[in-house]
Design a binder for this molecule. Structure first.
Ligand SMILES: NC(=O)c1ccc[n+]([C@@H]2O[C@H](COP(=O)([O-])OP(=O)(O)OC[C@H]3O[C@@H](n4cnc5c(N)ncnc54)[C@H](O)[C@@H]3O)[C@@H](O)[C@H]2O)c1
Length: 342
């Protein structure tokens, strides 16, 4: 990569699950990366080798951001739905308040390119699938509401101050990328929880409701491989930089994201898998019987949540290449075993 092509990025939350995988992809693509993370839920070992690490808060981003940065990838946030219900203020202060400071620091430093981790939780319980970006947003918990508020803030920043931004609304992120994978504590995501049963860390997996209007009665969700997600971030950055340098595949240039524009794209496979299918796949991949416990439905769990990623395909040229559930689970299993042996 030539010096002109090499860019310098600030990755907030780069010691966490998704941020670490994206930071690793940026480094592999030849870019310079600074990870800003307060390690509140992330891990120092998650920061990829080759990245500069700053242990600090996004609230203080002005201390580190300067005009030498080409863009910011903003992953830092609290993201536990249940915790957000009992402690909503924690989510408003960190996710919304923290991003206010980050946007101000970017404005002051003249850094005008942003990619933000938004979420499917901004839609709440839509009555239509697949979920497109033009469906109404109606989050059902403070976590989703805080992320939606940030999306609104970013739209205002773009319109008023010429930021070029892409919000990527992830559905269920899963899988791992070599040494970088999911290690939330507490864990609330289905695949790592079922893998904990395979590892003997938990006796059984609870299945919350088996009488939904789905083929096997359990909830259907859209799982996206974290490495496919990383590809989307690199494409989004390429589209939003002042001179768009899009495409991973060397294909024709896409329509860039201009200063003043806030592009919002859903990211999912468009393929739903039921809770039972996930459990069965973990059985096949790990060879463990995975006992199940039938539990009542949880409030606020829609039967089916599946993304339409047509806009990401059209505007960013993104294509998921790791959509196979067995492959996603196998990568997550390899990471879980790798952690065990460390
Ligand atoms: N994992 C998913 O399935 C999923 C789905 C949709 C959206 N998202 C979003 O993606 C982003 C990353 O999620 P993740 O699963 O990697 O979470 P994570 O908890 O592993 O990573 C978040 C990182 O942000 C850091 N952080 C939090 N507040 C900070 C602050 N004020 N200053 C500096 N660092 C701070 C944490 O220490 C952590 O390393 C989040 O914004 C989340 O809302 C995740």
């Amino acid at each position: 990569m030539s010096n002109a092509q090499q860019k310098k990025y600030l990755v907030t939350g780069g010691a966490g699950y998704v941020g670490s995988v994206v930071a690793a992809h940026l480094l592999e693509a030849g870019h310079r990366v600074t990870v800003l993370d307060d390690l509140s839920t992330g891990h120092r070992a998650g920061v990829p080798e080759g990245a500069e690490f700053v242990e600090g808060r996004i609230q203080d981003a002005a201390k580190w951001l300067d005009p030498s940065y080409d863009g910011v990838l903003h992953f830092a946030a609290f993201s536990q739905v249940g915790e957000s219900v009992v402690n909503p203020e924690k989510y408003w202060v960190n996710n919304v308040g923290g991003t206010t400071e980050l946007l101000a620091a970017m404005r002051d430093a003249g850094v005008r390119t942003l990619v933000f981790s938004s979420t499917a939780a901004t839609y709440g319980e839509p009555d239509q699938v697949p979920i497109t970006e033009d469906l109404p947003t109606a989050p059902t918990n403070p976590y989703g509401a805080s992320k939606l508020a940030v999306d609104h803030m970013i739209s205002g920043e773009c319109a008023a101050h010429g930021l070029a931004a892409v919000s990527l609304r992830y559905f269920n992120v899963a899988g791992a990328y070599g040494a970088y994978g999911e290690r939330h504590d507490p864990e609330s995501h289905l695949i790592p929880l079922v893998l904990q049963v395979a590892q003997g860390k938990r006796e059984a997996i609870s299945v919350f409701g088996d009488d939904y209007a789905t083929p096997d009665g359990t909830c259907v969700r859209d799982y996206i491989h974290v490495a496919d997600l990383a590809d989307a971030h690199l494409l989004a950055l390429g589209a939003a930089l002042p001179s768009p340098t899009t495409t991973l595949d060397g294909g024709a240039a896409r329509r860039g994201v201009n200063p003043g524009e806030h592009l919002i794209c859903n990211l999912g496979n468009g393929n739903g898998f039921s809770v039972r299918e996930v459990i069965e796949t973990v059985r096949q991949v790990t060879g463990h019987p995975i006992p199940e416990i039938a539990a009542p439905r949880r409030g606020g769990d829609p039967a089916v949540l599946v993304a339409s990623a047509e806009r990401a395909k059209e505007r960013l040229g993104w294509r998921p290449t790791r959509a196979d559930l067995a492959g996603i689970v196998a990568d997550a299993w390899e990471f879980a075993q790798r952690r065990e042996s460390q």
